[in-house]
Ligand binder design. Sequence first.
Ligand SMILES: O=C(O)[C@@H](CO)OP(=O)(O)O
Length: 251
Amino acid sequence: MTAKYKLVLIRHGESVYNQQNLFCGWHDADLSETGIKEAVAAGQLLKELNYEFDIAFTSVLKRAIKTLYLLQEELDCHWLPVIRSWRLNERHYGGLQGLNKAQTAEKYGNSKVKDWRRSYDIPPPPLEKTDGRWSGKDKQYQDMDQGMIPACECLKDTVERTLPFWYDSIVPAIKSGKRVLISAHGNSLRGLVKYLDNKTELEITELNIPTAMPLVYELDENLRPVQSYYLGSAEEVAAAQAKVANQGTAK
Ligand SMILES: O=C(O)[C@@H](CO)OP(=O)(O)O
């Protein structure tokens, strides 16, 4: 198989919720100071390696949008068309949103929290419409069919709402020869990686995507991966992945 297209995925830099180890989901957390630095460093790395893009896709959450902006800043390409969609949002963490991950593990056990965080089809507890955290009240979703707003999502639900956007918007861009950059989230990207790499439901439980490390997919003419790799040293990537995995462990 020979590679015809190159696609770059990036999870946003550290958010203030990541910093405090809180479940975030559709909560619109900002980047932390560290997250800003991570995004700038990722942009510099892409520049050093001569990456260029023709179009970018992101979610409607500011941590991904701002990460993309910082990459554009470093790459000097603010002219880039940017398409935002809720379909690239982080997985909706339902009633866990705003709770501390380590404390939740102390309360419910590490194994339950790992199921909520990394299983394919076990959803977190749902949010009620009356809850102050209900996403339907957020401005981003006012024009959206309110019946589509999730009360919570497992990874399977996330994949099911991300893939239509992949097929309808991202695939045509790649196939038309555009160099595509996607700035999204730990779990919306895990879903995409599961689809691209055809990973099993078991394999996906061990996949953790680090913040602001560009993940390159070289794709053949049918958009099947020829190879994929992070830009950055293998040790750095492994340490960052382990850090993400351990966030849901009781301290
Ligand atoms: O809280 C979240 O929304 C996600 C990403 O930060 O966390 P996790 O890695 O626990 O799935």
